[in-house]
Design a protein around this ligand. Structure first.
Ligand code: HMG
Ligand code: MG
Length: 299
């Protein structure tokens, strides 16, 4: 049975914009977030408190976050890679944070400059302190399906990192198909294995990139398995600067179109959302890669 309601975890302002070559003005980012909230999205990942030299596009986090933090009816999670990131997030009144681990050594090194175990050791006190402060904590697991340097990623590696993040207190996990190579059978296999190892479906979110055009098919498989948290990015913006070949995330509009057709409630106003992505595409100077945005804006 498919779920009746799905929570869309919107990542466009973070995963989308972190990958832009041109720097997007802070006020444009703030307006983007306001418009996403106004379109009915209840979780809008806002930015990252990472080392600015690593992700220059999000170096304005201190300036951006206060412009949006008082928005009503929306949670605004932020990425934190370490204790310094958590300090910055707490100082600005963030209530939802996300740490981001990797299932592979290659990406842990490229993205966090640490081994997998070293990065988990960094996250442990971060998650403990965040939980102590009453934060909601998400744990991303990147390269959960395939890795550009290592190829197929064995499921046991993913399960190990998921279990470690759960054990340290993460409320929710997000399985990242960072380079978009997953296919539905692989998704079902990983979800089943996680369940067998004691990770319940209700703490699992899925995070698909659409590099091979599989993101919606993978989402459908996850829905059939009972997953109700789906990451997506407005207009299909996105990628990861430290993962070659990663393209945009599943477009939120494509997701909402499918969910509407299935009678699954999301609370999102597709017209407003599409208008937001068309506006953002104008700001970025190129059309949205989302098929649904293109179809709905060329009527
Ligand atoms: P490092 O170079 O090893 O840093 O980077 P360090 O720990 O050696 O510290 C060196 C200096 O950086 C210190 O300054 C720190 O204070 C400073 P000094 O004492 O020398 O003056 N520093 C910081 N400054 C500000 N904020 C901080 C911070 N941390 C240290 N938080 C580090 C290690 C983890 C910091 C770095 O690798 C980093 O910032 N990485 C982030 C990369 C990133 O954001 N990637 C994209 C997000 S992940 C993603 O997109 C995947 C996802 O979408 C899911 C999927 O698709 O798979 C989530
Ligand atoms: Mg991503």
């Amino acid at each position: 049975d498919l779920p009746q309601r799905v929570r869309i975890y919107e990542v466009g302002a973070r995963d989308g914009l972190q990958n832009e070559k041109a720097t997007v003005p802070t006020e444009v980012k703030a307006e983007f977030i306001r418009r996403l909230a106004d379109a009915g999205l209840t979780t809008v990942e806002a930015t990252s408190f990472v080392r600015p030299e690593w992700v220059p596009q999000l170096a304005d986090a201190e300036d951006l976050f206060p412009r949006v933090r008082d928005l009503k009816g929306v949670h605004l999670p932020v990425l934190v890679p370490n204790g310094r990131g958590l300090d910055r997030a707490l100082a600005l009144g963030a209530t939802h944070i996300a740490v981001f681990a990797s299932a592979t050594e290659s990406f842990a090194k490229a993205n966090l400059n640490r081994t997998v175990d070293e990065s988990l050791a960094v996250f442990e006190p971060v998650v403990a302190r965040a939980k102590d402060k009453g934060q909601q904590v998400r744990g991303y697991v990147s390269m959960a399906f395939g890795d550009p340097w290592e190829g197929d990623v064995p499921i046991h590696q993913v399960v190990r990192v998921c279990t470690a993040l759960r054990d340290m207190g993460c409320d929710e996990l997000s399985l990242g198909d960072t380079i978009g190579v997953a296919t539905p059978g692989h998704v079902l296999e990983l979800l089943s294995m996680l369940n067998e190892e004691g990770v319940p479906t209700n703490v699992i979110g899925v995070h698909f990139h659409d590099t091979y055009g599989q993101a919606l098919a993978n989402t459908y498989a996850a829905l059939e398995h009972g997953v109700t948290t789906i990451d997506a990015s407005a207009g299909g913006l996105g990628g990861c600067p430290y993962a070659k070949s990663a393209t945009g995330n599943l477009a939120t509009e494509d997701l909402v179109w499918m969910l509407q057709g299935l009678g699954i409630d999301t609370g999102v106003d597709l017209g407003r959302l599409t208008a937001t992505s068309v506006w953002m595409a104008e700001q970025l100077g190129r059309p949205s890669p989302s098929r649904t945005v293109r179809a709905l804006s060329h009527k």
